[in-house]
Design a protein around this ligand. Structure first.
Ligand code: FEO
Length: 390
């Protein structure tokens, strides 16, 4: 097995949405058998020549026989047409949905091989690949490839994370701590909606014997595999990773923020240690989603704006709902000048999406009074109580 992936340290936003402050890797692997050679997953098109050069250098005149497509999102499939041009005999291997996308995205329909659950592709003695269908992690065609003799799973995006690889590829050869926040961000941003399908994939993997997972982004996991699997398992069950609270607020002139601060002060007094403030109008949604998936509690604080919820806070509620994250312990505070809409509409919006508030929302007119700040403390106490119990 050889690593033939690349690092992307220049793209500002993954999928044109999610910030990449420490880059991202597009991982690809080469499996050399005695008879045949397989490339597992491609890279993004802008890096295709680097991947092709790596293949040529390793194979030294030998031609790859197969390109196995675990996932068709173009950060991995973009190189397909160039790989085929460079290696004209390359057979493209994927499930029926993947091959339909190969034709749709790249106009390539010849010399393809359709595989399904448990099909086996031998590369020669002691080099046996088989295929595990894991749809909707996070596209419909996603699958995994298993190299039996090496007890290795090529997992596609599953178990992946943002962050370019700084020299080493395998987790045991690097300080991995920096990758874990990027894993939570990657999962919550991109895969988060598909927890049910990630759970199915994890259960399927339970029938395989493996000690190495090669994802399409981030380190190859061996030494820290249990921790990584635990994070993916918890996140895909929508279980928080800690008992902290995310305070998602919007505040035009500071009045709503005073309410949010009153809530946080009381939470801290009640013993909540991990409290993160996120200004929805300024902080990137990417990081807010990571916090929401991490923490057991959330406080939404927003003023009324154009007769509804301050739009950046409404957008966070919508993004959370889109991902099916509706089991956080949730409190709401709202503010208004003449039309008391924020607290009422946040409550309705959250309840429609299956969220139960820990206590009735607090609503303040203009500047919060001592009485209103006391109500904020009361909902904080209710939230803290539930955080201790649940
Ligand atoms: Fe890394 Fe879903 O592509």
């Amino acid at each position: 097995m050889h690593y033939i992936g690349v690092n992307d340290r220049t793209t500002e936003r993954f999928e044109s949405l999610w910030p990449l402050p420490v880059g991202v890797s597009y991982n690809s692997y080469l499996v050399e058998g005695p008879d045949k050679v397989a490339i597992i997953d491609g890279v993004e098109v802008g890096h295709a020549m680097q991947q092709i050069d790596a293949i040529k250098m390793i194979l030294d005149g030998r031609e790859p026989d197969y390109l196995i497509i675990n996932h068709m999102e173009p950060d991995h499939s973009g190189a397909i047409r160039l790989l085929r041009q460079e290696f004209p005999r390359l057979t493209i291997v994927g499930n029926a949905q993947a091959l339909s996308m190969v034709e749709g995205f790249y106009g390539v329909a010849d010399n393809v091989m359709t595989v399904k659950e448990d099909d086996v592709l031998s590369l020669g003695a002691d080099t046996t690949l088989s295929f595990v269908m894991t749809p909707m992690v996070h596209w419909p065609e996603t699958m995994m490839t298993y190299l039996r003799e090496e007890e290795t799973v090529f997992a596609g995006d599953a178990f992946g994370c943002f962050g370019a690889l700084n020299g080493a590829v395998v987790d045991s050869d690097m300080d991995v701590e920096r990758y874990f926040p990027e894993m939570i961000r990657y999962y919550s941003n991109i895969v988060g909606k598909y927890g049910v399908f990630v759970q199915r994939a994890i259960k399927k993997l339970g029938s395989l014997k493996f000690g190495t997972v090669c994802p399409t982004h981030g380190p190859v996991w061996r030494e820290h595999l249990d921790r990584v699997a635990g994070i993916y398992d918890s996140l895909s069950r929508y279980e928080p990773l800690d008992r902290g609270v995310t305070v998602v607020y919007g505040s035009m002139y500071g009045n709503t923020l005073r309410m949010a601060e009153a809530v946080a002060d009381r939470l801290a007094a009640e013993g909540v240690r991990d409290i993160v403030f996120r200004n929805a109008a300024k902080d990137d949604l990417s990081y807010i989603l990571a916090d929401l998936f991490t923490h057991a509690g959330v406080v939404f604080a927003a003023p009324t704006y154009s007769d509804t919820i301050f739009p950046p806070v409404a957008a966070v509620i919508e993004a959370m709902a889109l991902r099916g994250l509706n089991n956080r312990l949730t409190a709401v505070v709202g503010e208004y000048t003449w039309a008391p809409q924020a607290a009422r509409k946040m409550t309705a919006c959250l309840e429609e999406r299956g969220v139960t508030l820990v206590s009735e929302a607090v609503s303040a007119k203009q500047s919060p009074t001592a009485d209103v700040l006391g109500q904020c403390e009361a909902i904080a106490a209710a939230l803290a109580e539930k955080l201790k119990k649940d």
